[in-house]
Design a protein around this ligand. Structure first.
Ligand code: SF4
Ligand code: SF4
Ligand code: SF4
Length: 318
């Protein structure tokens, strides 16, 4: 009998959605168990970090690593699992691009802690106690100065993006791993096309935008391109593979699949696209129209601040 693959799953700074995405493959999870032993999966099985430390280097065939690197513990486990794994897959947008958590890079670590523990409306902390790194013999992992994508900390073999990755992509990746039919190192395990390519809406490539709108106060036409109706849809700058999930239910794409290979910076690409759709040649009017974009960074870099041009220069490899 062929030896079973050894798989590991880990979550770093993660919402847990990527863990659920693994179970989204439904009954196929039984096929996974038939070909692989899961040797580390903190959310599902009781295995300690010391058990991983005791493993031989490169003894895990593939680790699927979700979540970004925001704490010392995240970084330590990234290095440990890199050493123990033959193949390391960045799983989900947080791991691939820093994810939503990367928006925290717009504030300092101190500002974030102050907001979370002192001024947040949901915090009841009259004594204004902040986390202590040492309590008796316990050391609490510190928060890092910034949020990092996995490949800003360790070498990554493959990327499986999405927030979370779609079940069909997860299963294709597992099949490719099981058959040994993987692309060249560094590949993104999703099509190199844009969401627009999969979107059935009518597009005219005409300058139509007089103001930018938001989903809560605008009911778009269900047959026409959302972007041309003034909703910022990241489809032109975003990799496909999700079957245009959001646009097919009348919601603009937020960009979770990250950029295609041709797009260097997702937000910059969208700025270029928007420039071609704003319906004015008058600089003052253009300024007025652009000012209707609420939260430009949060909109254009929802999943990718950590690896974007705007933050890359300040984020050192750890
Ligand atoms: S990629 Fe999305 S689902 Fe996965 S951990 Fe990040 S926020 Fe959660
Ligand atoms: S911009 Fe959005 S709505 Fe328009 S074609 Fe692309 S994916 Fe579809
Ligand atoms: S449409 Fe955009 S935001 Fe929605 S799942 Fe696809 S890539 Fe992600």
């Amino acid at each position: 009998m062929t030896e079973k693959l050894k798989l590991a799953f880990y979550w770093a700074a993660s919402c847990g959605g990527c863990e659920v995405a693994i179970l989204d493959i439904d009954e196929k999870v039984l096929d996974v168990v038939a070909i692989a032993d899961i040797v580390f999966w903190p959310v599902a099985i009781d295995i300690k970090y010391n058990d991983v430390r005791a493993m031989d280097d490169k003894s895990i065939d593939v680790t699927f690593f979700n979540g970004s690197i925001r704490t010392e513990e995240n970084a330590e486990l990234a290095r440990l699992l890199r050493a123990k794994s033959k193949t390391l897959v960045a799983f989900g947008s947080c791991s691939c691009y820093g994810g939503v958590i990367g928006l925290g890079n717009l504030s300092s670590k101190e500002e974030l802690l102050h907001r979370a523990y002192i001024t947040s409306d949901s915090t009841d902390n009259p004594e204004q106690i902040k986390p202590q790194l040492h309590y008796k013999e316990v050391h609490i992992p510190d928060v890092l100065p910034a949020n990092y994508a996995l490949d800003q900390v360790v070498d990554v073999d493959y990327y499986l993006p999405g927030c979370p990755p779609k079940d069909t992509l997860v299963w294709s990746a597992i099949e490719a791993i099981a058959s040994g039919n993987l692309p060249a190192k560094g590949a993104v395990l999703a099509p190199n096309l844009t969401v627009c390519h999969d979107c059935p809406r009518e597009k005219h490539d005409e300058r139509t935008i007089k103001e930018f709108k938001r989903v809560y106060n605008f009911q778009p036409d269900e047959t026409k391109c959302l972007l041309e109706q003034g909703l910022i849809c990241m489809g032109p700058a975003t990799r496909s593979g999700c079957d245009a999930s959001c646009v097919s239910v009348n919601m603009p794409c937020r960009g979770c699949m990250g950029p295609t290979d041709q797009v260097f910076d997702q937000g910059a690409k969208m700025i270029s696209v928007l420039g071609g759709l704003i319906d004015s040649d008058d600089p003052e009017e253009v300024k007025e129209i652009v000012s209707t974009i609420v939260d430009p960074v949060g909109t254009l870099y929802y999943f990718g601040v950590s690896k974007s041009l705007i933050k890359q220069s300040g984020v050192k490899r750890r």
